[in-house]
Design a protein around this ligand. Structure first.
Ligand code: GAR
Length: 194
């Protein structure tokens, strides 16, 4: 059985979409995988309650309790590795990761970003897409490399930007698509590992 560890910072709706898919019988039978743990850097991340209700192990590691990014990432690595992950999934995990951390999980660390990469890396992607006059926006699942929001693209979804869109309405349209493509991309990654 392959172990998936999911990292969150907030509502965890992408994590929930992956967990729900993983609970489907054919999914776990065909892919021999399960979500083993959900780890958050914020104790009040709403997604933690959902994970606990599903009987999934949870852990909180508050980045503010550490003096440096390196110290936080080192502790996070220990926490993650307790679950012997085959795949580490960033799902709204709002921390920049150090090169050493990324190297440790090379090839088994993926992220979802709310833009059509390589456009709009970083934050405020929806407002920036509206301000740029984009007619289309979307989301990207990608391998994580040391450079923020780079790495091989695994999946993308495209949505229209409508004339009356605010960052919030566009974000909601994109998020619906994220919930579709992230579980698919996780399944595809697992299948590619044999
Ligand atoms: C999602 O839109 C995800 O793409 C974005 O945060 C949201 C998390 O929602 N991630 C980033 O901006 C990463 N830089 P969720 O907690 O409900 O899954």
């Amino acid at each position: 059985m392959k172990n998936i560890v999911i990292l969150i910072s907030g509502s965890g709706s992408n994590m929930a979409a992956i967990v729900r898919r993983a609970q489907q019988e054919q999914w776990s039978e065909r892919l021999h995988a399960r979500v083993s743990a959900v780890i958050s850097n914020k104790a009040d991340a709403q997604g933690l309650a959902f994970a606990r209700e599903q009987g999934i192990a949870t852990a909180v590691l508050d980045h503010k309790a550490f003096d440096s990014r390196e110290a936080f990432d080192a502790a996070l690595k220990v926490e993650i590795d307790r679950f012997e992950p085959d795949l580490v999934v960033l799902a709204g995990f709002m921390r920049i990761l150090t090169p050493g951390f990324v190297a440790h999980y090379a090839g088994r660390l993926i992220n979802i970003h709310p833009s059509l990469l390589p456009a709009f890396t970083g934050l405020n992607t929806h407002q920036r897409a509206i301000d740029a006059g984009c007619r289309f926006a979307g989301a990207t699942v990608h391998q994580v490399t040391a450079e923020l929001d780079h790495g091989a693209i695994l999946a993308q979804a495209v949505v229209p930007v409508l004339p009356d869109d605010t960052a919030d309405t566009l974000a909601a349209r994109v998020l619906t698509q994220e919930h579709r493509i992230y579980p698919q991309a996780v399944a595809a990654w697992l299948r590619s590992q044999g």
